[in-house]
Write a protein that binds this ligand. Structure first.
Ligand code: SF4
Length: 702
């Protein structure tokens, strides 16, 4: 049996181990050729530009193996360390490839996730071995040999200062001459980044050789002991969030403390993790007054461009040396003011949540600052955020600055542990706000914290230990308001499409938001809700219209915040479209008693819909987006609008898988960033709605 292994992404970490395992079991292993212009072009022709260059190059390597082998090995590596996750593109890699290369031979796509326990890991490896033999001892022997080779490979890299390609050459093919002798140069530059950027000479335009040719001594992450990488990482960010964070944050932090002249961070355009990690590194280097260059690569990067930037960087370092300045000693800030009293709580809001939060705050006597999301929020957030991060980050940072300016002494942030950038927001936002000299307490609430009890404990903590009875009463009143608002909003979504006087339903909704916010107790909430539902029923409607039905799916922040999606639902209503959003984009579904169980049930249902196309949870709402396409098509919807922040990783995976589903319901993907313009949005909406009308006529569904 011939098993193909693409020479990209995790090839640089695990190729000797994988090759040994399969060959021990009698397979022939075929590795794709070196990256070339053809490989890059073919990969870029199959995946959208929202997918980072390394993954598109990987796709090109897979294409070069099609018709050469019986299987292609593409593991889904979720996590190799407890509570530390891989980026969504790694997790969804087999699904991405299956969707973009239908002619691909069958994939070997085991899921590796150490959080699922050792037994699951052994079972996964055993199942993988079973494609070649049923003999468990042979599989066990192959695993032992493969692990031995892996350890030797990592040791060779560190002890001989070899790059991964050199070590692969040495371990597997024993060439004569090898090894970096280290130049007798008086300038040392550290290169940090993911191995598939540092060691793929085609992608990085032979960066390392260029530096060596200009007499620069180059050091890289693999030269550092893992324990030292981890110590440096811990110093910078306390604990890892992403797999391979050591290569960027760990290595950068280490070299910034070990006498290098400058640091070059190599990142890929559209890389989610690097957009935030490199920002922390850049700020640390600035504080230590160390030259720092972030070289962002994509398929348009040219050799000349790279050379120009390198020359400018090394010249600057040489000039500086003549006027060398003393180095600084810098300690990053990690909030530890947990004990202090909360006076004014600053929170960022989106969707309808503010009414509930204000109610809870009033009942628990806590003053809050919750600035609305506006143009000013975006300009503030864009000014101080890393350029390549996703739009929710920029809005939330802008909101926090506004809250601090309005007197907040404590900020509250929800984080998550599921591979998308949300879980890293707090680390970078806190650093940016501290660097802007704001003094505040930063309270983080992990969305995975134990369901309802976790939420109530957080509310109790946020309200300086209010009595449980008050906390529970406040929570009940708050969730009742969310429920009432969501019920009214669902009715408004229906009315907008058929109301004769456009905008009437929306006005009633705005009135309802204010009335619900002011309702003092459960019975008045019920009353206000039925009054406004009745008002909506009374709206003059065009009963002759059968509205188009469109589902809105995508990343929760851009789906739920009208300012960011430019009032998409209102605009669709004006075009006679009835809108439906996924359950997880209604806060009341989150807050329903028993909380995450409801959503977990919903998630299981989603899995069933998504399964043929996306077999694993890639974080964020990527899963739901694919599942909703299948479900809404089954429910006879006319179309789907897929809303996602530009470069959002889970949604980029979903965006590239959705076209491959059998359900050919039309999907319009709208990518949100600070460049997004209303006129452009309206033009695309009108064209999409015209297409849906034409299609409905063609299908005779009028
Ligand atoms: S997004 Fe970043 S971490 Fe993820 S595959 Fe792309 S380059 Fe690697």
């Amino acid at each position: 049996m011939r098993i193909g292994i693409p020479r990209a992404l995790l090839y640089y970490q695990y190729y000797p181990m994988w090759k040994t395992f399969f060959e021990e079991l009698g397979a022939e292993v075929l590795v794709s050729p070196l990256t070339s212009a053809e490989v890059v072009a073919s990969g870029c022709s199959r995946l959208s530009t929202e997918i980072c260059l390394p993954v598109r190059v990987f796709c090109g390597h897979v294409l070069s193996l099609v018709n050469q082998c019986d299987h292609i090995f593409i593991p889904s590596i979720h996590s190799v360390e407890l509570k530390v996750y891989n980026c969504p593109k790694f997790i969804g890699l087999p699904d991405l490839i299956r969707a973009s290369i239908p002619e691909c031979p069958p994939l070997l796509e085991p899921d590796f996730d150490v959080n699922k326990g050792r037994r699951q890991l052994y079972l996964t490896i055993y199942k993988l071995g079973q494609i070649l033999t049923r003999n468990p001892w042979r599989i066990r022997k192959a695993v032992d040999k493969a692990l031995k080779v892996h350890r030797k490979y990592r040791e060779e890299i560190r002890s001989q200062k070899l790059t991964p390609p050199q070590a692969i050459e040495k371990i597997l093919y024993q060439p004569k001459e090898l090894g970096n002798k280290g130049l007798d140069s008086n300038m040392t530059i550290a290169l940090v980044g993911h191995p598939y950027l540092l060691y793929d000479e085609y992608i990085n335009h032979r960066l390392m050789r260029k530096l060596e040719r200009s007499s620069v001594n180059v050091v890289f992450p693999e030269m550092v002991e893992p324990i030292e990488l981890r110590q440096s990482l811990t110093q910078l960010v306390e604990q890892p969030y992403w797999t391979y964070e050591d290569e960027v944050i760990g290595a950068g932090g280490y070299y910034l403390r070990h006498g290098i002249d400058g640091i070059i961070a190599l990142t890929a355009f559209g890389c989610g993790p690097d957009s935030l990690m490199v920002e922390l590194l850049r700020r640390r280097a600035k504080k230590l007054d160390k030259p720092f260059l972030n070289l962002v690569l994509d398929e348009h990067t040219t050799e000349t461009g790279v050379v120009t930037r390198l020359e400018a960087f090394t010249d600057m370092i040489r000039r500086r040396r003549k006027t060398s300045s003393p180095s600084f000693h810098y300690i990053p800030h990690f909030g530890n003011e947990a004990e202090e009293e909360i006076n004014v709580l600053g929170i960022q809001t989106f969707g309808n949540v503010l009414a509930a939060i204000k109610t809870v705050a009033k009942m628990l006597d806590i003053s809050i600052v919750a600035p609305p999301v506006t143009k000013h929020t975006l300009s503030l957030g864009t000014r101080y955020s890393p350029e390549f991060t996703c739009i929710p980050f920029k809005f939330i940072l802008g909101n926090f600055i506004e809250a601090l300016e309005q007197g907040a002494d404590t900020l509250f942030m929800i984080t998550s542990v599921n591979a998308c950038r949300l879980g890293y927001y707090a680390k970078v936002q806190e650093q940016i706000l501290r660097d802007l000299d704001y003094k505040f307490k930063f309270l983080k609430f992990k969305s995975s914290q134990k369901g309802l009890v976790g939420v109530l404990k957080a509310v109790k903590h946020l309200t300086n230990d209010s009595p449980w009875s008050t906390v529970i009463a406040a929570y009940r009143l708050g969730t009742a308001k969310l429920e009432a608002l969501d019920n009214i909003e669902r009715q408004v979504q229906k009315c907008r499409a058929i109301e004769i006087e456009k905008g009437m339903a929306h006005r009633i909704f705005r009135q309802a938001v204010t009335a619900i916010e002011e309702a003092p107790d459960l019975s008045s909430i019920k009353q206000v809700m039925s009054q406004h539902l009745e008002k909506l029923n009374q709206i003059p409607k065009d009963s002759g219209i059968v509205p188009l039905k469109v589902g809105i799916v995508g990343e929760i922040y851009v789906v739920m915040e009208p300012f960011i999606n430019m009032n998409l639902e209102v605009e669709l209503g004006k075009l006679g479209v009835e809108v439906r959003r996924t359950k997880s984009t209604f806060f009341s579904e989150w807050a329903r008693l028993g909380q995450f169980n409801v959503l977990n049930e919903e998630k299981k249902k989603m899995q069933r819909f998504a399964l043929p196309y996306l077999k694993r949870d890639v974080g964020g709402h990527g899963f739901e987006s694919v599942a909703e396409k299948v479900r809404l098509s089954m429910e006879g919807y006319d179309g789907i609008i897929h809303l996602a922040p530009f470069t959002c990783m889970p949604e980029a995976v979903a965006e590239n898988i959705m076209p491959s589903t059998a359900e050919n319901i039309p999907v319009l993907t709208l990518l949100c960033d600070e460049q997004m313009a209303k006129a452009g949005l309206l033009t695309r909406l009108e064209a999409f709605v015209d297409l849906l009308r034409w299609r409905r006529k063609k299908l005779g569904r009028l």
